[in-house]
Every structure is written in C-alpha cells, then in structure tokens.
Design a binder for this molecule. Structure first.
Ligand SMILES: NC(=O)c1ccc[n+]([C@@H]2O[C@H](COP(=O)([O-])OP(=O)(O)OC[C@H]3O[C@@H](n4cnc5c(N)ncnc54)[C@H](O)[C@@H]3O)[C@@H](O)[C@H]2O)c1
Length: 310
C-alpha cells in the first residue's frame, strides 16, 4: 500500500530519534526534529549524513529533515509526533501535555519508550485515544521491527493509522494488543537471558558457551524461523514431549537473578568496565561492535535489494 506523505515531528534527536527521522524521511515524509539540547541539534546533520553513507542512499533524503529548538514551531501542523526523548515518565508526560496544546486534535502521538507503560505516559492526556507506543529497535534504520503498543485507551484507529505509516516506510509493524511490560520482543529476549544467566550461575557452562550455543545453534535459523513456526515444523506433539521433561526444570527466578546482582556488586558492568559476564579488551569490544554493525548493514542492503526485485 502506498502511504500518502505526511508531516512528522520527532521529539529527541538522539540515537533513536535521528535513526527514526532517517527511516521516515527515506519514505518521503517531511520530518521535523525537536531537541532541547543545542549539542544534539548541532550534530544532527552530520549524523544523518553518516546514515545515508552507511546505507549507500541519496543524501537528498536529508533535505526532508529539519532541526528545531522550539517545540511549538516543530509540532505545529504535525500529523504524527514520535517522542524519542529521555526514558523518564515525568518528561514523557510533560511532552504529551505540551504537544496536546499545540497539535491538531486528530494528530497522533507515539512514544518510543523502552519499558514505561504507554497507559502511564497517557495518564493525564486530554485525548488518550490518540496516544500509542511505537517501540523501535536499535538501530532503527537497520532493524525493521517496530512494536505498536495499544494502551488501555488507545483507539484502534490510532493503532491502524500508525501501523499503516510504519509499514509504508518499510518497517515490520506489529500490533501489541495490551500494554504489558517489555511488550513482546523484550519479554522473549529476557526470558532467554533468565535461563542463560541461570545456566552460568549453576555451573552448567561458562558465559562464552551460552553465547556459542545460541550463535552457532538455534540462533542461526531464528531470523527465518520463529519459535512457533519451528514448533509447527517439528510438530506440536514433539514440542509437548520436550516440554514435559523441560518445563519443570527451567529457571523460575522471579527477581533480578542473584548472579547478575553479584557481578554488578563486584564491578563487572560489561564492556564499559572490561568485564561483565565475559572479559573484554577494548579491541575485542570494538571488533564485536563492528561485526554487529557490518552484519546488520549487509542484511539491510540485502533486504532492500529483495524489496526492489519484488
Ligand atoms: N537506545 C536504545 O537502544 C533504545 C531502543 C528502543 C527504545 N529506546 C528509547 O528511545 C528513547 C530515546 O532513547 P535514545 O537512546 O535515543 O536516547 P538519547 O539519550 O540518545 O537521546 C535522547 C534525546 O532526547 C533529548 N531530550 C531529553 N529530554 C527532552 C525533552 N524534554 N524535550 C526534547 N528533547 C529531549 C536529549 O537531549 C537527547 O538528545 C528512550 O525512551 C529510550 O528508552 C532506546
């Protein structure tokens, strides 16, 4: 479906905000980016130019993006406002209140919050029906999933219009029908982390082995075979048989795992401190970031080529 070009305002010119701006401008929309930080706005053109270089797309995309230090100027006339400011409930509620005073009553406000309930962000809104979650993944210009989160009072029309906008921009927009912590993606990701941490904590294997098992085992096919597709592939009776053995044995810790608490208390914070679950030199950490980036860029380019051929 071809999406008519609309006016979009993005609140927050940071890591997520600039990537989301690129995605929507690349789809032909006019994008205004507001930030209260002069530094963030000053570096925006250079960061956007780098994205076009990285993805080998025309820099003219950036002609559709403007930077603003005044919210009223940035939001007036917006059909959609995507909030990607700091992960803080008061700030997000304040932004909603500021926006409601400026934008058209039919315009949609979305929040890119990682974990705050959309229902709470919309708690004091005059018109909560037009407020919806849009959980993009990092980096938004390379990872195509966006979870569209329907809060208690979000109207279905808001959900559908938001999904149409994001699908039209080439993203895989999925409908999360209830505003639950972690939405869908982070629940799945952290269910896996719970078991991974428990395996290491109980001495079954070390952290490197957990990562090897995922990366060289079932992780290889995850991008083309979701867990439920995989169950259908091997059959539900086989899945059931495995669950009969496994379910009573899987980790059930319902707090932060004590092993994670212990690592942090010992100063093992991750790559930033040279050790987390695993040890990292600066070179190893840099090499991993580069590998990840190259992999995601190659995938994004391959997907773009496939889309062109379709
Ligand atoms: N970084 C990630 O991996 C990731 C992934 C998914 C969702 N998110 C969420 O996206 C949002 C943005 O995250 P980020 O990583 O881009 O953060 P960031 O720190 O890179 O950028 C946030 C920007 O918002 C600006 N800002 C803060 N308060 C503001 C206000 N009141 N008005 C206007 N601008 C304001 C800051 O100056 C900054 O430039 C957060 O809610 C975060 O939880 C982040």
């Amino acid at each position: 479906m071809t999406q008519a070009h609309v006016n979009i305002t993005i609140i927050g010119a940071g890591l997520m905000g600039h990537g989301i701006a690129h995605v929507l401008a690349a789809a032909g929309h006019q994008v205004k980016v507001f930030d209260r930080s002069a530094e963030a706005l000053a570096s925006l053109p250079e960061r956007l130019a780098k994205l076009c270089d990285l993805l080998e797309v025309n820099q003219a995309i950036n002609d559709r993006i403007t930077a603003h230090n005044n919210l009223v100027e940035a939001a007036t006339g917006a059909d959609f406002v995507i909030e990607a400011a700091a992960e803080n409930l008061e700030i997000k509620q304040f932004i909603v209140a500021e926006l409601e005073a400026v934008i058209d009553p039919t315009s949609i406000i979305t929040s890119n919050t990682s974990a705050l309930p959309i229902t709470r962000i919309a708690a004091n809104a005059r018109n909560p029906g037009r407020i919806v979650g849009t959980h993009f993944w990092n980096p938004p210009h390379l990872v195509k999933l966006v979870e569209v989160v329907q809060a208690e009072k979000t109207s279905l029309q808001t959900v559908n219009k938001t999904i149409a906008l994001l699908s039209g921009a080439g993203h895989r927009a999925v409908h999360v029908r209830k505003d639950i912590p972690g939405f869908i993606g982070n629940r799945l990701q952290h269910a896996l982390k719970r078991e991974a941490i428990a395996l290491v904590a109980s001495g079954i294997c070390d952290a490197e082995t957990v990562d090897d098992v995922v990366k060289h085992g079932f992780g290889k096919r995850l991008a083309v075979l979701g867990p439920l597709e995989q169950s259908d592939l091997v059959s539900l009776p086989l899945t059931k048989a495995i669950h009969e053995t496994l379910m009573p044995d899987l980790d059930r810790t319902n707090t932060v795992h004590p092993y994670l608490e212990q690592r942090i208390a010992e100063g093992h914070l991750g790559m930033i401190s040279g050790e987390g679950f695993r040890k990292w030199t600066q070179e190893e950490a840099d090499a991993l970031r580069e590998r990840l980036n190259n992999f995601l860029v190659a995938q994004a380019k391959a997907e773009a080529n496939t889309d062109e051929q379709d």
